[in-house]
Design a protein around this ligand. Structure first.
Ligand code: IMP
Length: 423
């Protein structure tokens, strides 16, 4: 498929990095279209762990990568990530293109986010603290600085001084916190531009040219559908649109060019940060899955909340994203259970709820209805073909596909590259 999208169909951390890594092997270009370094995609190559936050996972396959216009980019983090990967033998420099239209995350965004989370107190979102929300706020308010603004030093001086003046007022008068030095920030940004300047361009043309010449382009979603600012569990969401619909705007291509959409879904559900989670299990059960599933945030290291597979969530994702095929990850983590509950519906005040509610107050009143499937209690981590999975594991996977309305084409049974079943 020339243009394939991988999206997360739950609350993020579905193992998209693993799925992208698998599909990137047959791709010519890998493109991120939204979010920033709040994402964390983990890939194991042998016994080496790689966690990328900004650079598309495709870089680990040596593929050219694009940071699209819909992203918010912290160039300090990018520099660090590039250095770390290069020092471990992954070529980055020549493979990277950065959109001139992407917005910059600047130090004041992180300071403001920290203060805002404190101000919210009990209602804190539990953000990753990377300045994502404040950077997207500035973008929407039309006072953000874009990567392309670094190219012209006069424009940079003018825009930066204007922005810092405003932010320092906010930091001082509203939050009573230390301010930012505009001259130092200018100097840091110029140094970063000297380093990245050649990679900055109109990346929509790079993607278009790749598609026009018949190359295979993979669009790498970050976060998950339920963290989408419009369709997620607002306000406990991120500040961008992880949905496949954002590929067109965030990468700068026509939506008509998208051929195939793969949804990544964990065989159970996890969530980091605050917000509703109908199938969340009690902690003793969560602990059984946390270690084998590596359920600690790859960006913040926080222990993830864990629950059973929720078909209401993934059904909504299949519909909103137009998911053609599902990649089920972490199936091996369920090897230990005699029985596995799957949420098939919600009930509220004795009535069936037709679809996953948009309003979290309504969601809080929903009771998950479970169907219990028999477990397989045997090791799936070495299985390489679908027909060799235990019968009950095959039934589990197919039941999930039936419940959410999309065929399961990939099943991942471990962290290694070869622990992948393609149907
Ligand atoms: P922010 O994106 O840092 O503003 O955080 C907003 C919410 O999204 C918080 O609940 C985060 O934990 C969550 N979040 C953001 N990115 C990810 C991700 O990549 N995986 C899982 N949760 C995420």
């Amino acid at each position: 498929m020339p243009a394939t999208v991988v999206v997360g169909s739950q609350w993020g951390d579905e193992g998209k990095g693993r799925v992208v890594d698998l599909l990137a092997a047959d791709s010519d270009l890998v493109v991120r279209y939204q979010g920033g370094n709040n994402a964390g995609h983990t890939v194991w190559i042998g016994d080496q762990k790689f966690a990328v936050h900004l650079i598309p996972t495709g870089v680990l396959r040596g593929k050219p990568c694009v940071l699209g216009a819909g992203m918010v980019i912290d160039l300090d983090v990018l520099l660090e990530e590039e250095g770390e990967l290069e020092s471990r033998g992954i070529p980055v420099r020549g493979n990277l293109r950065i959109s001139e239209n992407a917005h910059l995350i600047l130090p004041y965004h992180k300071l403001i986010e920290e203060q805002e989370e404190k101000r919210r107190g009990k209602r804190a979102i539990g953000t990753t603290g990377r300045g994502i929300g404040p950077a997207y706020e500035d973008k929407a308010a039309r006072r953000g600085l874009r990567v392309g603004d670094l190219t012209d030093r006069q424009t940079l001086t003018d825009r930066l001084h204007d922005a810092v003046k405003y932010k320092n007022l906010l930091l001082k008068k509203i939050y009573g916190s230390p301010s930012v030095d505009p001259d130092r920030l200018y100097h840091d940004l110029v140094t970063l531009h000297d380093h990245f300047g050649e990679a900055i361009c109109d990346t929509s043309l790079v993607v278009q040219e790749a598609l026009d010449s018949g190359q295979r382009v993979l669009f790498e979603g970050a976060h998950g559908t339920l963290l989408d600012i419009d369709w997620g569990t607002y306000p406990y969401v991120t500040s961008s649109n992880p949905l496949s619909g954002e590929v067109a705007a965030g990468a700068g291509i026509s939506p008509k060019l998208i051929d195939h959409i793969v949804g990544a879904a964990k065989a159970y559900t996890t969530r980091v940060g605050a917000g509703p989670f109908p199938t969340e299990t009690e902690e003793s059960l969560a602990q059984k899955m946390r270690e084998p599933g590596g359920e600690f945030g790859s960006t913040t290291g926080r222990a993830r909340r864990i629950g059973w597979f929720d078909a209401m969530v993934v059904r909504k994702s299949v519909r909103l994203n137009g998911i053609d095929a599902l990649a089920i990850t972490h199936l091996d983590v369920l090897d230990q259970f005699d029985e596995i509950p799957v949420c098939v519906a919600y009930r509220c005040d004795g009535k069936d709820v037709p679809s996953f509610p948009n309003d979290i107050a309504r969601l809080a009143g929903c009771e998950p209805i479970y169907e219990t499937l028999p477990g397989w209690t045997s090791d799936t981590s070495k299985v390489t073909s679908f027909s060799d999975l235990p019968d009950n594991a095959q039934r589990y996977v197919d039941r999930i596909g039936d419940l959410v309305g999309a065929p399961v084409t990939h099943v991942l049974v471990g962290r290694e590259r070869d622990q992948s079943i393609v149907r």
